[in-house]
Design a protein around this ligand. Structure first.
Ligand SMILES: Cc1cc2nc3c(=O)[nH]c(=O)nc-3n(C[C@H](O)[C@H](O)[C@H](O)COP(=O)(O)O)c2cc1C
Length: 197
């Protein structure tokens, strides 16, 4: 399973609406992809300094961290908050187990914001993912002036829609290509499990 991370815990966020648009593009290609909506999780649980001890987290967070570890690929939808990614997204990522959640994980990025379309949060997140050796899909999409272009859950901008369509199709191929040669995080995890049997 691939996951779309709606990268903020703000209720009724535009990131979540964009995540649904992207989920439907995967569906058009015959692929079921789940959205991780960070606004549905209680950040009280992870806001109290529990790092590296997932057993101290609620079952809900433990299940979520397992989804990340077992994911075929992750597509981040990242809004711009004060020139970067939302703190909630970084706090979530800081709970991920290292190296297995990160190394070789296929990741893709969609930014949204004002006139720069979330370029800054995407590039900050790319630094994090590069440092932790994820496989970064190079086709990024930036949704500019999101206040205007997102209306009633649809993107009015045709160029953005066609860029998203292209990205979704090619990201699936990218994930498959990595799987074929056993290079992605999930294939490596499976190989290690069968080695240790
Ligand atoms: C706390 C906060 C900070 C923001 N800072 C920026 C910013 O630095 N640059 C920008 O272009 N937009 C900024 N915005 C506007 C958001 O990018 C825009 O409202 C977007 O819809 C937010 O995504 P969300 O609806 O998923 O929360 C900010 C919004 C919030 C809530």
């Amino acid at each position: 399973m691939k996951y779309i991370i709606s990268g903020t815990n703000r209720a009724q966020s535009r990131s979540h609406q964009v995540s649904i648009i992207i989920q439907n593009l995967f569906k058009d290609n015959g692929e079921v992809v789940e959205i991780i909506d960070l606004s549905k999780y209680s950040f009280k649980d992870i806001g109290e300094g529990v790092y590296g001890s997932p057993q101290k987290l609620s079952q809900e967070w433990q299940d979520l961290l397992l989804k990340i570890k077992e994911s075929e690929g992750i597509l981040f939808v990242v809004p711009e908050y004060n020139g970067s990614m939302p703190g909630a997204l970084k706090l979530f990522i800081d709970q991920w187990s290292y190296p297995d959640s990160f190394e070789g994980r296929p990741v893709a990025f969609v930014g949204l914001g004002g006139m720069f379309g979330g370029l800054r949060p995407v590039e900050h997140l790319q630094q994090v993912m590069a440092y932790r050796s994820a496989f970064q899909f190079p086709e990024r999409v930036f949704l500019m002036n999101i206040f205007k272009t997102l209306q009633n859950g649809s993107l009015t901008d045709e160029v953005s829609m066609s860029l998203l369509k292209s990205m979704v199709g090619n990201f699936s191929k990218f994930c498959l290509a990595l799987q074929q040669f056993g290079l992605d995080a999930r294939s490596k995890m499976k190989a290690n499990l069968s080695k240790n049997k």
